[in-house]
Design a protein around this ligand. Structure first.
Ligand SMILES: *[C@@H]1O[C@H](CO)[C@@H](O)[C@H](O)[C@H]1NC(C)=O
Ligand SMILES: *[C@@H]1O[C@H](CO)[C@@H](O)[C@H](O)[C@H]1NC(C)=O
Ligand SMILES: *[C@@H]1O[C@H](CO)[C@@H](O)[C@H](O)[C@H]1NC(C)=O
Length: 389
């Protein structure tokens, strides 16, 4: 006969322990990593109110309750496995200053690593490639330097990578396209040089603004990126021709290539009339061609800026018939002829500027023409001294 009293005791013990020890204790090697992580941060940069100040290793990091110790900055696995694992490191912005311990690669259950808005410096450890579950990796607004380690290409689960606002240099790893889960890549505001390598196929958003990228945009880099919606490459030194394949990327919505060194832009009529292109900024380049009517063939195009280039010739009348167009900035070019009358009929609510060109009869009463046109002498020189028709 079973000992009823013993069974009662056992069940009482089990229910009590599940009440008190809500989580099991942390895997010892994960605790060592957290200790190494904290000790590579200068103690003087850890304010008393911060998450890291509460990391007191006299308690277990994953055991509840977190009243005074381990109050924030980390998350543990909630499965009832033998030992809890660290699944997220999401530090508070407290101006922590230090290096990132390479031992972090031993937190193999990590899904989120977010150290944004602090003062971490030194290299991004290449050992981080051994985090098979890492989905979100954010080092935004720190002082990391050195190159983007090629080993990050092994992070097969990575969906979002944000290294923006650091001092990273060198070129991007040419194995980047191995990141097959990556949706969002932001390495803006660094010192990245060279050209753009072959990009991951499932990318939605590419942001490499304010770096020192050079060379022309290659079809090879963007081939097969059927989901790419946002391209933010302004403030680089991208040069040459933006070829017709670019605006044929089927999901493209927003393009910012302002402040580069493009000399020519090809845009075709969209193959699929349901193109999503909404906003294009090509301002402050060296684009010396005619303004292509084909921009107006994109049904959703709402904002186009090509200000401060070297555009010549007339503004195609199709732009004035375009209902979707809300912002049109073409100032600072050599556009000539008479601007389409439709711009000034008061039917559309178009904002923008046509000033600082060689246009004739741009009505001063329109806000579009409030900036004056170039002096006739400059326009004569550009158009080979021939009087303007
Ligand atoms: C850690 O916690 C223990 C016990 O609560 C306390 O005595 C000790 O001073 C704490 N250490 C730090 C560095 O805060
Ligand atoms: C653009 O190209 C010209 C001529 O190649 C060069 O002199 C200039 O420095 C370049 N500008 C930028 C921003 O790269
Ligand atoms: C407009 O697009 C067509 C293809 O759809 C192309 O043949 C033509 O050259 C383009 N025109 C301009 C001015 O880019």
């Amino acid at each position: 006969m079973p000992n009823l009293f013993f069974l009662l005791l056992l069940s009482l013990h089990l229910s009590l322990s599940s009440l008190i020890l809500v989580q099991s204790s942390t895997l010892p090697s994960d605790i060592s990593v957290l200790q190494a992580f904290k000790s590579s941060i200068k103690p003087t940069s850890i304010p008393s109110y911060s998450c890291l100040a509460s990391w007191n290793f006299t308690s277990d990091p994953c055991s509840s309750p977190h009243i005074t110790h381990f109050t924030c900055g980390l998350t543990c696995s909630t499965t009832s496995a033998a030992a809890a694992r660290i699944t997220q490191l999401t530090l508070d912005p407290a101006a922590y200053s230090g290096t990132l311990s390479p031992l972090i690669s031993k937190l193999t259950q990590l899904t989120i690593l977010d150290l944004s808005d602090n003062n971490f410096f030194g290299p991004i450890p290449s050992s981080l490639s051994s985090l098979p579950n890492l989905q979100i990796f954010i080092l935004r607004s720190n002082s990391f330097s050195g190159s983007v380690p090629p080993s990050i290409s092994n992070l097969k689960s990575l969906q979002s990578l944000d290294f923006s606002g650091n001092s990273l240099s060198g070129s991007l790893p040419n194995t980047l396209n191995s990141l097959t889960s990556l949706r969002r890549l932001d390495i803006s505001y660094n010192k990245i040089t060279g050209s753009i390598p072959k990009l991951p196929l499932n990318l939605l958003e590419l942001a490499l603004k304010a770096n020192s990228l050079s060379g022309s945009l290659n079809k090879f880099s963007f081939d097969g990126l059927t989901q790419l919606e946002v391209v933010e490459l302004s403030e680089n030194s991208i040069s040459g021709t933006l070829q017709s394949w670019f605006f044929l990327l089927p999901s493209l919505q927003q393009v910012d290539l302002a402040n580069n060194n493009l000399t020519l832009v090809e845009i075709w009529k969209p193959i699929n009339p349901n193109t999503d292109l909404i906003a294009v900024d090509l301002s402050f380049n060296a684009i010396g061609s005619y303004l292509s009517t084909n921009f107006s063939a994109h049904p959703l195009l709402s904002s186009l800026s090509m200000r401060y280039n070297r555009l010549r010739g007339p503004i195609p009348w199709e732009f004035s018939k375009k209902q979707s167009l809300k912002r049109l900035f073409l100032d600072g070019n050599y556009l000539n002829g008479t601007p389409p009358k439709g711009f000034f009929s008061g039917v559309t609510s178009l904002s923008g500027s046509l000033g600082d060109n060689c246009l004739q009869s741009c009505p001063i009463s329109s806000q579009l023409c409030s900036k004056s046109q170039k002096p006739t002498s400059i326009c004569r020189r550009v158009y080979g001294g021939k009087p303007m028709s």
